[in-house]
Design a protein around this ligand. Structure first.
Ligand code: SF4
Length: 296
């Protein structure tokens, strides 16, 4: 067994301290896809993750470690503070990454790792902290977002809002009731996250139509625009290289290679087929299929 396989097995069975997530509605799941929740909590479909997926998933823990080290000894804090709903909301359990105690108040600190730090707080982060604050009876929280690759980071403040707290609890209850109601048709939410979803093979929502969700369409539009821009940039660079007759040129940070290559002689497949059909059949391969993508 390779070390990577050993790590994959160990990390898949590691106790993350969050208990059996199929038995409660976590605050980080407020905007989660309903079908994914149904398949994991009701159908209890579980699939071990690959090491690659685990590394991405566990980046969050590395972020928490960084924040904890950053708090140091000067701040009084508790990690992974569990809070539960009561009465009709007893199905809700939240785990705040940190509760930091100052002389006059305690605040929640939630840590998020992302490659795309937004300008303003994401809705799912905001609602998660609202639920944590409401369940713990606190007034203020913070989200620290960090990009572990670039080191960029941002800090967002959240002030408790009773109305948003109550509305969010009701939304969670409606969702919880729907996934437990045998007579309800579960509707998933297609998004870019489907590409990484553990349940994409079982998912019915993906099979209902071939419409693009808004976030994937936005990516495709951006990709198309960038390709157009790249094409124009490349044409301008090539024009300069040809004008200067350079095969290689060096900038302050970049080197451009543009060796002159002859395309060499090519077999005319149509002519070969016409004149020597037996040879054509003999040398012809079965067609192969690849996932080439074109965006129009
Ligand atoms: S593939 Fe997408 S729609 Fe289906 S369960 Fe997963 S997240 Fe939901």
């Amino acid at each position: 067994m390779s070390l990577a396989q050993h790590m994959e097995n160990t990390l898949n069975t590691r106790n993350n301290g969050l208990g059996d997530r199929s038995l409660y509605f976590g605050a980080s799941e407020i905007l989660s896809c309903e079908e994914a929740m149904y398949l994991s909590k009701i159908e209890k479909i579980s699939k071990p993750r690959t090491l690659q997926e685990l590394i991405v998933l566990l980046k969050g823990n590395i972020g928490e470690n960084l924040v904890e080290w950053g708090f140091g000894e000067a701040l009084k804090f508790e990690g992974q503070v569990e809070c539960k709903g009561t009465g009709e909301y007893a199905f809700i359990t939240a785990h705040a990454d940190f509760m930091v105690h100052f002389p006059l108040e305690s605040i929640i600190v939630e840590v998020k790792t992302t490659n795309d730090i937004p300008d303003s707080i994401r809705e799912s982060w905001y609602l998660q902290v609202q639920v944590q604050l409401g369940l713990l009876g606190l007034k203020r929280g913070k989200v620290i977002a960090m990009n572990l690759n670039s080191g960029h980071h941002a800090e967002f403040d959240v002030s408790f809002n009773q109305l948003i707290f109550e509305t969010t609890l009701q939304t969670m209850k409606d969702k919880w009731d729907r996934i437990h109601d045998e007579n309800t048709t579960i509707k998933g939410k297609k998004s870019a996250l489907c590409g990484y979803c553990l349940f994409k093979l079982q998912c019915q929502t993906l099979k209902t139509d071939n419409l693009l969700p808004d976030d994937v369409e936005a990516m495709a539009i951006r990709s198309k625009a960038l390709k157009k821009e790249i094409k124009i940039l490349d044409e301008n660079i090539k024009a300069f290289m040809l004008a200067a007759d350079y095969e290689r040129a060096r900038g302050k940070e970049i080197v451009i290679d543009m060796p002159r290559r002859s395309s060499g002689k090519r077999v005319d497949a149509n002519k070969l087929k016409l004149l020597y059909p037996e040879i054509y059949e003999e040398v012809c391969n079965e067609p192969s299929y690849s996932n080439t993508m074109n965006i129009y």
